[in-house]
Design a protein around this ligand. Structure first.
Ligand code: COA
Length: 398
């Protein structure tokens, strides 16, 4: 394909947010960019415009915006099909206004592309185009890029604050049907508070991480606490579903240099990012960061190619047989499988890999133990007892 007139394509596609969402027809299935990549102005316009629709299905993983489309009273216009349950959607799933569809994160693009979950409309948020007319998916590549590639209609919020991530992270202006310019800040996630319990867990996790390892870390106080204890390590690398601010510090300290990685040496490989502006400035146009869609980054067969892979994830409950529930409290769905099993499987198969579940021993302000004889009735087994290598709490390593 020759892209001669991409600037004309851009001008022709440029509309207001209201006009863009007016192109969406009732009964459509819409996929929305993930986590901090949520196109906030488009979602606001969608909600404002709701009287024009009936039964729009909104497919989304971590919803970090206002979540107005799942509020009581919105049922006539919107139905949320959650592939992960987060703070803004939990109550809607619990009370039956929204559904949860269990699926491994790396499989989500296949659901779209193979027609199990055909997508009519992709609402994405991307960077401004470069001189060749390519916009970057920035903080949310994951299923956003495959979603846009599968959708019949692509509506993009082109945000001048969206960092430009490299890798396989681009969409050409000529592949976007409608463009809405925006300038709101990218949603920020402040670092979690690290207490004594998290510090103890972080220290135990760090004791298992050898020089030259490649890491996958989730989000929150425990991954941040692990990073605190890696300052004396050498030649660490990252192949992770996501990264947050803590990684920046270790890159600046020369601890993370990706030199010993057996796959993508020299590069931090991710599929999405969540943190503060410090992280977003760091990843902007940075050749050390490569972002790929989630069906590549989270594919266990790709993860296993990393020698000395270490994955660190968290859970809600673990029973004495080693069965791990990471997504529900009994029958109540509070989260999702996300990429946990993708990474635990890939890591277990990697040469000298270590799959770790790291948790505080109690929850609910110390009132309940997370280590139980049997999982609660109705709890989902997220990770089977056959797959975990280590369980770590503040009391030690099992
Ligand atoms: N019994 C009762 N309540 C429990 C509980 C238990 N066993 N375990 C957790 N809870 C409660 C907590 O008290 C907390 O309640 P609050 O919000 O009222 O304080 C809530 O459930 C969330 O638990 P917490 O452990 O604080 O959450 P977290 O933010 O540390 O996340 C997971 C933990 C397991 C939910 C999260 O890591 C997850 O979703 N994992 C699955 C996906 C994944 O691993 N992806 C790959 C990495 S990106």
């Amino acid at each position: 394909m020759v892209f001669v007139n991409w600037k004309d394509s851009y001008k022709n596609a440029l509309v207001s947010a209201e006009e863009a969402v007016s192109k969406i027809k009732s009964n459509s299935r819409i996929v929305v960019s993930h986590a901090v990549g949520e196109p906030l102005d488009l979602i606001d316009a969608l909600v404002k415009n709701r009287e024009q629709y009936e039964n729009l299905e909104i497919v989304h993983m971590v919803a970090m915006g206002k979540g107005e489309y799942v509020k009581p009273g919105m049922e006539k216009y919107f139905h949320h099909n959650a592939l992960f349950v987060g703070a803004s959607t939990r109550e809607a799933v619990k009370s039956g206004r929204a559904d949860y569809t269990p699926c491994f994160f790396y499989e989500v693009p296949r659901l779209f592309k193979k027609g199990y979950l055909p997508i009519d409309v992709a609402l994405i948020q991307v960077s401004e185009p470069d001189e060749h007319g390519y916009c970057s998916f920035g903080v949310s590549n994951d299923y956003s890029k495959p979603g846009a590639e599968s959708a019949k209609l692509v509506i993009a919020e082109v945000n001048k604050n969206m960092p430009r991530t490299l890798g396989d992270s681009f969409i050409h202006v000529s592949d976007i049907d409608y463009i809405v310019e925006s300038s709101h800040p990218i949603i920020e996630l402040k670092p979690a508070k690290i207490g004594e319990v998290e510090k103890a867990i972080g220290k135990y996790c760090a004791s298992l991480i050898e020089d030259g390892s490649t890491l996958q870390l989730g989000i929150g106080a425990i991954p941040d606490a692990v990073l605190l204890f890696l300052k004396d390590k050498k030649d660490l690398g990252i192949h992770s579903e996501m990264i947050s601010d803590g990684v920046v510090e270790l890159v600046e300290a020369g601890v993370i240099n990706n030199k010993k990685k057996t796959l993508h040496p020299g590069k931090i490989v991710v599929t999405f990012l969540m943190g503060t502006k410090r992280l977003y400035d760091f990843i902007d146009n940075n050749p050390m960061i490569e972002s790929y869609p989630v069906d590549y980054v989270n594919d266990p067969m790709v993860i296993m190619k990393n020698y000395k892979m270490v994955s660190i994830n968290s859970c809600v409950q673990v029973d004495l047989m080693g069965q791990v529930c990471s997504e529900s409290i009994g029958l109540k769905q509070i989260s999702g499988v996300g990429g946990q099993v993708d990474f635990i499987r890939g890591t277990s198969m990697a040469e000298d890999g270590k799959a770790i579940i790291a948790i505080p021993s109690t929850a609910a302000h110390g009132k309940v133990s997370r280590i139980v004889p049997f999982l609660d009735e109705g709890a989902a087994v997220t990770t089977s007892r056959n797959e975990v290598d280590y369980i770590i709490t503040e009391y030690g390593i099992a």
